[in-house]
Design a protein around this ligand. Sequence first.
Ligand code: ADP
Length: 382
Amino acid sequence: MGRVVGVVGGGQLARMMIAPAVELGVELRVLAEEPGMAAALAASDVGDYRDAETVLAFARGVDVVTFDHEHVPHDVLRAVLAEGIPVHPGPDALQYAQDKLLMRAKLAELGMPQPEWSAVRDAAELQAFIDEHGGRAVVKTARGGYDGKGVRVVSAGTEADDWFATIAEFGEGADGHGGALLAEELVPFTRELAQQVARRPGGEVVSWPIVETVQRDGVCAEVIAPAPHASERLLEVAARLGVDIATGLGVTGMLAVELFETSDERILVNELAMRPHNSGHWTQDGAVTSQFEQHLRAVLDLPLGDPSPREEWSVMVNILGGPAEGTLEDRFAAAMAAHPSVKIHTYGKAPRPGRKVGHINASGDDLDDVAYQARAATAFFQ
Ligand code: ADP
């Protein structure tokens, strides 16, 4: 096909686009933050994604720009668009994944189910929100959070004073909400779910089945696909929600909608990711079309692939931290010998406590066995 996709960001998500790009005959180029990153194999450029000239120089050599993360500033993306180079997802959609306050306001406008929320500008406003919501609340920084950083459960308005001080220091946000924090009701959820969809610029959308995500210490530890005990109604409601959000926000490429499920089977939107997402790593081995292949197809405006599962159940377990001694490679042979049915994915990253350095996928028709295989194989890498 001879087309060139440029990915800004050199992490594992860019790395996992490399194999499907090779298969599709698409050239993948990566603007990595530094040499030797996870996507080093395809890293044609190294530079600062916040610098317009750096990103423009990279973008001029590709047919479409996409991302491994959501942190590229709005004005940098506008500069790329101004040169006629397509950006997917575009800045108008991406802002809702970059700023949780903008996302909450937009989802409210679209009538999407979400936790009760408010923008709070100081400790008194936060205290008032806490008082109205049973004495506790979740407070979040609007921007820059990931893996639970920038999220805090509080029971007093003063417990976010450090964040309010930071906001005061950096001044009014350019995005119109005046540098506020986001306060949310503490949702008594029974589990966390994620719905993924892919959307082409022309509007074609496909959805994978909803999955259950298990978090430990604010980090995704495991994903079960599809979510166990999901009723037909839940599958339908979640898929419709994903499609409506992708369409309503004009998302192009992959969208992950992180959800809370409540005891009365309601689902509430927690947050959005507009790129391949940890909740979709199971699709590499468990679905007809993986999220990484689909993302490339979508951003190139090619027909989308079938998202159906290949097997009844898939389980993905993250390798977090890695071995205390030695390298991941040391463990391969033992894990492979003990669990020949699993698929081992590593990111070429040095092990560090809590860091995602790889994951293991297993699929089959017996959920207990599939989960056992994935967990037991992962244990070889700890
Ligand atoms: P991040 O951007 O760091 O991933 P999230 O907004 O997804 O942050 O929150 C991280 C975790 O905190 C969630 O996965 C969930 O477990 C918990 N959490 C977030 N918001 C709420 C809420 N309103 N009620 C209860 N738990 C929450």
